[in-house]
Write a protein that binds this ligand. Structure first.
Ligand code: EPU
Length: 335
């Protein structure tokens, strides 16, 4: 177990913001984690790719360094039990290398395995919840272990039980179980994948998992800034789901507005499109800016504080509310 006092979290948040915590604890097992549970307040982080620190954290920050990968097969299914501290994209890469299929479209999402289960990460038509079977957790108040089934996790778009006001901060994810397949079934119907394959001369009928992974990586790298070069937390906002009547009223004003049917009968409207319509794409406010290739992403131009980013967030959110009558909510956790 690694314990640091007055620790700089710069390397633990992809926005690249300087913030310190009183204590930083990195554990490698449930037993290690149990020894430090009395301390308050506690903040459990993953890869820090979805965090915005507004200041120092006057408490203990926990980080899992459980990085094991166990597997078994059952017919065509591959069952994985993965430590929450494994880097997500390492899991995707290793799975494909072993011939365990399913996670290809989730390639290059930043963050760690634990966060995949909390955040229900998603991209290009796939979501973590489609593969998660159960999540092993520890209660941070009592030290009790509990396994949540997929249904008990109450997954939705970027949503889970672990993010609800009642359960937030109560559970540390230790292991996530996934069900993958020995058979590769490519999912190509989302935003630009087929076009990209065509441009590379790869027929959709013969595409391999590695080729699909590389295509997804290239699409992401073409749009999303690399946090190592420019601080950011991926999509800053969630895509709002609005009632169908609201969508229809807007569609009369903006016939080209992209939209997707949401599972509950509502309609999802890309926040990045609305932000661009408001003229924010590529615009800066002090040391923070809206990314010039994907307006859903806010970037640190260098030396921004959490408050600088938040100021930009509010300015963008106000303009979208004024023009579209829709409140876009941050996806990023503001601490
Ligand atoms: N759009 C614009 N302008 C922009 C950005 C987007 O007009 O600046 C339009 C696009 O042309 C497209 C639509 O909005 O018609 C959707 O854009 P895109 O496919 O780029 O995806 P997104 O909805 O903006 C979501 C996820 C991303 C994920 C992509 C691909 C959320 C909050 N974000 O973005 O996830 O990679 O879909 O599946 O749902 C993340 O969560 O950090 C993340 C990057």
């Amino acid at each position: 177990m690694r314990i640091e006092n007055n620790y700089n979290l710069l390397r633990h948040n992809t926005f690249g913001i300087e913030a310190h915590c009183r204590k930083f604890v990195e554990y490698t097992s449930a037993d290690e984690l149990r020894t430090i549970l009395g301390q308050r307040p506690l903040l459990h982080i993953g890869g820090g790719s979805n965090l915005l620190f507004l200041g120092d954290y006057e408490g203990t920050v926990l980080h899992s360094a459980i990085q094991t990968l166990e597997h078994s097969t059952q017919g065509d299914d591959v069952l994985l039990r993965v430590g929450s501290g494994m880097v997500w994209d390492d899991l995707v890469a290793q799975s494909i290398a072993h011939g365990w299929y399913g996670l290809e479209n989730l390639s290059l999402i930043p963050g760690e395995v634990g966060a995949s289960a909390v955040q229900n990460i998603g991209a290009y038509g796939s979501e973590a919840k489609d593969y998660i079977t159960q999540v092993e957790c520890m209660n941070l108040e009592t030290g009790q272990l509990r396994t949540f089934s997929n249904e008990e996790c109450h997954y939705g778009y970027r949503r889970s039980i672990f993010k609800t006001p009642e359960e937030r901060g109560r559970w540390a994810v230790l292991y996530v179980h996934y069900r993958l397949s020995l058979t590769f079934t490519p999912r190509l119907d989302y935003g630009g994948i087929r076009l990209q394959l065509q441009q590379r001369g790869i027929p959709a009928e013969t595409v391999t998992a590695s080729q699909l992974r590389q295509t997804i990586i290239d699409i992401r790298q073409g749009k999303l800034p690399d946090p190592k070069v420019q601080g950011n937390a991926g999509s800053f906002f969630m895509n709002p789901v609005v009632p169908r009547e609201k969508y229809e009223a807007l569609a009369r004003l903006y016939p080209d507005m992209p939209h997707y049917d949401a599972p509950d009968g509502g309609v999802k409207i890309p926040a990045g499109w609305m932000i661009e319509q408001c003229g924010w794409k590529g615009r800066r406010l002090g040391p923070a800016a809206v990314h010039d290739r994907q307006a859903l992403v806010l970037v640190n131009l260098g030396g921004a504080t959490g408050h600088d980013i938040l100021k930009l967030c509010h300015a963008v959110r106000d303009d979208v509310a004024r023009q579209f009558g829709i409140d876009i909510r941050p996806e990023v956790n503001i601490i």
